[in-house]
Ligand binder design. Structure first.
Ligand SMILES: Cc1ncc(COP(=O)(O)O)c(C=O)c1O
Length: 373
């Protein structure tokens, strides 16, 4: 049994990950994963935890005390963000233009929220004026949206919606799973109260952790809930006692080595400089788009609200999109993404996230697509 396991892992070849995530992982992060595992209450590990909190404050651009990695993928960050703040019957507005806005709605509804959804055509952004009008006429406990809609490649106007929410009693909740590390995310400046992300996109760490941050105002609302947080594992009122204070209390066994890896990947992003990282994503996105256009391909999203790290490309008529992806994987060891939900069969999604976003990778995918098409 063990032998066949070894054989299986020996067969894993390096694939150039140019899909919607996971992205390429830097050597230094793989090295961090293999550092000796410490106990979850070991004093040295607690020093690392404290450093990770500071690093998360820096990448989120926030003075929030609460900036911690939740155990689990981006969806655990999403669940954490809703389950801690919603009580049955709470009014919640969700701005939807893709799969992940739909997922937010599903999560909020399962918690008994009264969800009001504003839906926009996939491939187009949320419209600020319409949201302004909606907020003038209604009060919500939470206004939620997705910054970078990975299913379509659209950048949503989080800063402008944040300006609208600032004048209300609502908490502003934002998904930055795909955007964090690849484009500006400014929690305090944009008035975001609850934010979550994932490690496997522009942070270039393997999947498995969801960075989360919560404003002081939202923490107060959390502590004044009338009902208990209905999910034990993601209950921030308990998890805070593991991440903060003199005496750390066990809640669940932290994924120690993944936290080492996150620490290293945050170090890498901050060492490059946030603004340099955002500029790099813009630069090679432009190179990719012009190369794709030279091949006669069309982008799905208008340039004004295109994401740099997720490039949705229209599948040309008469082309079998799945066979192109499978040739890329088989003959060129490159993974790109298919369309998700209603976009299935209509687009390819080419990711330029974190470590993937390098000129040699752009050249490699363009060369391969040219040969195949
Ligand atoms: C915008 C967005 N939100 C949430 C998620 C869910 O994250 P995960 O698949 O890591 O649970 C994803 C994953 O692709 C995403 O792109």
């Amino acid at each position: 049994m063990q032998t066949s396991n070894e054989q299986l892992l020996n067969g894993v070849e390096e694939v150039l990950l140019m899909g919607p995530g996971p992205s390429m992982v830097h050597e230094s992060v793989y090295k961090a994963l293999s550092v000796s595992t410490l106990g979850h209450l070991d004093p040295y590990f607690i020093q690392i935890m404290d450093m990770v909190k500071v690093q998360l404050q820096q990448v989120f651009q926030t003075g929030n005390r609460l900036a911690i990695p939740m155990s689990g993928t981006g969806s655990a960050g999403m669940e954490t963000s809703f389950v801690n703040f919603i009580e049955p019957g709470d009014p919640v507005l969700i701005l939807i233009n893709g799969v992940f806005g739909m997922r937010q709605k599903d999560v909020a509804e399962r918690l008994g929220a009264r969800v009001d959804a504003m839906e926009y055509e996939w491939g187009t952004p949320v419209l600020v004026d319409e949201v302004a009008e909606k907020l003038q006429r209604n009060n919500y406990k939470i206004v939620a949206m997705v910054h970078a809609e990975t299913s379509t490649g659209v950048a949503n106007p989080v800063e402008a919606i944040g300006e609208l929410v600032k004048g209300t009693d609502s908490l502003f909740l934002v998904d930055t799973v795909t955007s964090l590390g690849g484009m500006e995310v400014a929690v305090d400046k944009w008035g975001i109260d609850i934010i979550y992300s994932g490690t496997q996109k522009c942070l270039s760490c393997p999947p498995g952790i969801a960075p989360v941050s919560v404003s002081e105002r939202a923490v107060e609302i959390l502590h004044n809930r009338e009902t208990k947080v209905p999910n034990w594992y993601l209950d921030l009122t308990m998890i805070i006692n593991y991440w903060e204070g003199e005496k750390r209390a066990y809640h669940h066994t932290a994924p120690i080595n993944m936290i080492y890896a996150l620490h290293q990947s945050l170090f890498n992003v901050l060492d490059e400089g946030l603004e340099n990282a955002w500029a790099r994503h813009q630069e090679y996105h432009k190179v990719l788009v012009s190369g794709l256009e030279e091949l006669g391909l069309t982008m799905f999203v208008d340039p004004d609200y295109r994401l740099p790290m997720l490039n949705a490309v229209v599948v040309p008529d008469g082309v079998d999109e799945a066979s192109v992806r499978s040739r890329l994987r088989k003959d060129y060891r490159i993974e790109i993404g298919a369309g998700l939900g209603p976009m299935a069969g209509k687009v390819w999604r080419i990711g330029l996230m974190g470590e993937t976003c390098r000129p040699e990778n752009v050249d490699r995918v363009l060369f391969a697509l040219k040969e195949i098409l």
